[in-house]
Structures are given as C-alpha cells and as structure tokens.
Design a protein around this ligand. Structure first.
Ligand code: FAD
Length: 407
C-alpha cells in the first residue's frame, strides 16, 4: 500500500455508494483509496444484475420519492441525482439503458458486468486506488484500523492509517457472502443505530403437505392487503411461505403488523375484477357441481383453488356466500420473515439523527456515511440502487468541500 498523500480520502466499500463517491472525488483531483474486503468490487451490483440490473425507475419525482421511508432525507439526494441523471451517467460510460413496461430502468445488456467494468476502468483512469481483501476493523477520528486478508478471508496483517476524511459505504447486512456482514454496527453508539432488519424478503408460513404440488407457482393478478396498504400483482407460493415483488412492497406494513400483533395477516382478493355479488350468484348457479368445478367456472386456476382450500375450513366449502367472501378477502397468517441474510436489502442502520445533512457523523467530523448503511428503506424497483448512487454522489461532493477546508 502506498502512503496516503495529505488530502487522501479513504472509502470503505466498493459498492454502489462507495464507487460513486470515489468518482466524484477522483474526478476533482482528490486522492482516493478504496478499501474492500472482498477480492473484487461491486459484488452486490453484479448479483443484482443476475436477473437484470433494475437500476432505477421512470416515474415522476413526486411519486418516486414517496417510495422511501423516511421520505425527506432521501428525497433531497434523489432530486440531485434522479433516474434521468442515472441514465445519462450510464450513457457516459457507454451503457445504453431502456425503460421496461413497468417503468423499471435496465441497461440494454441487462447484466451489470459491462457497466461495472466500464465504471472501474474510468475510476482507475482518474487515479482511484483500490485495495481489495482489506477489511476495515474500526474508525477513531480520522484513523482507520485495517486488516489485510488472505484468500481464505483470514487476517494476515493489521495496520492503522490516518486520512483527510473517511467515507463508510459498507452496505447493509444481507448476503454476507458478498461482503455485507454488518460488522460496522459495532463501530457506533447504541443511540446512533437502529438494529438491522430484513427488507424485500419473503414471508414464512407452514403449509400442509397438500400445497406441495403448487410450490414455485404463481398466484396471478391478485390484490393483497395488509393494514392500510393494498397492492396488485403476482405472488409466488414457495415451500416456506410466499415471495415476490408484491410481498416486498408490503414488507413495511407486515413488519408493523408483526411488531404490533406478533403475527402478519395478509388478505387476498383472488378475483379483483369480479364483484362479490357476481361471484355469489355464479357459485349459487353452479352449486350442484363439485367445489373444484364451480371454482374453476368462476375463473380460479389450480393455484388459487389450492390456496383457497388450504386457508378455509372444510365445513365452509358448501356455503357459497362464505366462499364468495373468502375469494374476495382470504385471510392468510404468516409467522414472520425469511432470515436477514436472504433479504434483498436491510432497513435499520445508522440513524439520520446521527449524521447532519452532509451525511457527516455528528460524533466524528472526519466520518461520512452513505448507502444502505443508513437507516432507510424502499421496495425493489430500482429505488435501492438509485438512493445508494445518489447518496454516494452527494457525499462525494460534501467530502470534497470538507477536504478543501470548508467544513
Ligand atoms: C439479490 C439482490 C438483487 C438486488 N437487485 C436490485 C435491483 O435490481 N435494483 C436495486 O435498486 N437494488 C437491488 N438490490 C439492492 C442493491 O444491490 C443494494 O441496495 C446496493 O448495492 C447497496 O449499495 P451500497 O453501496 O450501500 O452497498 P454494497 O453495494 O452492498 O457495497 C458495500 C461494500 O462494502 C464492503 N464492506 C462491508 N464491510 C466492509 C469492511 N468492514 N471493510 C471493507 N469492506 C467492507 C462489502 O464487501 C461491499 O462490497 C439487490 C440486492 C440483492 C442482494
């Protein structure tokens, strides 16, 4: 490792937020050293790109910012670096993007590898230095405690280094195998941290053996309600419960329900296009037929019928009024969420009250924080990466001012 020049900035974490902060600083001539505990950069970005890198979302800004909890601090960053700015930035790296039918923005190539390769190349050209297999162990004032790791991830050497400023962009606490171990939580006081929780994650319920035949299949075009929140879309039935973008959108209300009632109750409308009167009449008309036949005739497929039978009592099956009620409002209880390590993102982390509007720690002026480490939450749909990139951009600018002497 080269001895840092006096104004060198250290960035911990070569993910979306850290790389964007490195871009801003190195483009303005600030020496930057990025420390990353994995052998290569951007592993979570690459993972996100496995099924198509949904980097942002094309919708009006006033709607866009409501996706974030809390809205206010995030809105400011996203206003400064919006979906349109992200598309222009990708274009500058030679990556074309497109807007899918759902409004989601993807690189034309879908995968993240081309974007990441071009980005790292530009950062290296700008003089950013990368130190892989280097784990940050903690921060005191402007001094970092660092460890060098061998190829098994074991520490071989430890050292301390002072910097002009330090940016922590260590990500959340899911997908430990990609480097996001959440170990940084120990570096903060208890009043500076909200415990991490799983977000954008599946929900858990024990199904009867009868459900096995529909594991992996989707409930198509249903409306799901938890508390006051109501969303429309598809849900995948899995061996452990339910999963899908629709479930992720409801995660926040589900968490509130779990915290408050100790369980999650989801209500499903299996036939949102049909009124309860129409369903009742149709069931009445077909009452001489078997339950499956009459349910099929009103438009329920095998997956919906299996779920309906699973979540209702046999004694109700001959009561077409009750069954019509269940088709429009089927209650399904869940015990909780899948483990945090499986979550697409984590909420919780460093509280916004622990940093100022420059994302500078209130307890250590040399320290800045960006990305999923901070205590915010959003559903999938490109909102997560947008916020991390936007925060990285903002923090890069603030740290640039800081090292110029304008604290
Ligand atoms: C399967 C999956 C799919 C996803 N799909 C999407 C999607 O399509 N769209 C979207 O918007 N978002 C998606 N996300 C979420 C998105 O990838 C993350 O929100 C985003 O990458 C977080 O950026 P970040 O910079 O905060 O942290 P990260 O990108 O996670 O980077 C943090 C880096 O810090 C390093 N690090 C951590 N601790 C230390 C330490 N002590 N010392 C040194 N280095 C350290 C880690 O190794 C890691 O490389 C997905 C996530 C997953 C898991």
């Amino acid at each position: 490792m080269t001895t840092p020049k006096p104004k060198t900035v250290a960035i911990i974490g070569a993910g979306a937020a850290g790389l964007m902060a490195a871009e801003v600083l190195s483009s303005r001539g600030v020496p930057v050293q990025v420390y990353e505990q994995m052998p290569t950069a951007g592993r979570k970005i690459l993972m996100a790109g496995k099924t198509g890198l949904n980097i942002s979302h094309d919708e009006p800004l006033p709607t866009f910012i409501t996706r974030y909890t809390p809205t206010d601090p995030l809105a400011e960053f996203v206003r400064q670096f919006s979906a349109a700015d992200i598309r222009a930035w990708m274009n500058g790296l030679g990556i074309d993007s497109y807007v899918g039918s759902s409004g989601r923005i993807f690189p034309v190539q879908m995968k993240a590898s081309g974007l990441l390769r071009a980005w790292l190349h530009r950062l290296e050209q700008q003089g950013t230095e990368f130190y892989y297999r280097h784990r940050c162990l903690g921060v005191v004032d402007n001094e970092l405690s660092l460890a060098v790791l061998d190829k098994h991830g074991d520490m071989t050497e430890q050292f301390s280094q002072k910097f002009a400023a330090i940016i922590l962009a260590c990500g959340g606490g899911s997908y430990r195998r990609l480097g996001c171990d959440g170990a940084w939580q120990a570096w903060f006081g208890v009043d500076e941290i909200t415990p991490l929780y799983a977000s954008n994650v599946g929900v858990v319920r024990t199904w009867s053996p009868f459900m096995q035949s529909i594991f992996g299949q989707a409930l198509k075009r249903v409306t799901a309600t938890v508390g006051q929140e109501c969303v429309h879309g598809d849900i995948v039935i899995s061996h452990y419960g339910m999963e899908s973008g629709l479930i992720y959108k409801l995660n926040r209300s589900m968490k509130d329900a779990l915290d408050y009632h100790g369980k999650i109750c989801l209500y499903l409308d299996l036939l949102p296009a049909k009124s309860i009167d129409d369903i009742t009449q149709a069931l009445n008309r077909n009452k001489k037929q078997s339950l499956n036949t009459s349910l099929k005739k009103i438009g329920l497929d095998a997956v919906k019928i299996a779920l309906l039978r699973e979540c209702t009592d046999k004694t109700d099956w001959s009561d077409f009024c009750k069954m019509a009620d269940f088709i429009k409002k089927l209650p399904i209880e869940f015990d909780g969420f899948r483990p945090i390590d499986e979550a697409i993102s984590t909420g919780g982390g460093v509280k916004f009250s622990a940093v100022n509007d420059k994302l500078q720690s209130k307890s250590n002026p040399y320290l800045f924080i960006a990305g999923e480490m901070l205590d915010w939450d959003a559903p999938t749909g490109g909102y997560l990466l947008t916020a991390c990139l936007a925060m990285g951009r903002a923090v890069g600018g603030h740290v640039w001012q800081f090292v110029q002497g304008g604290r």
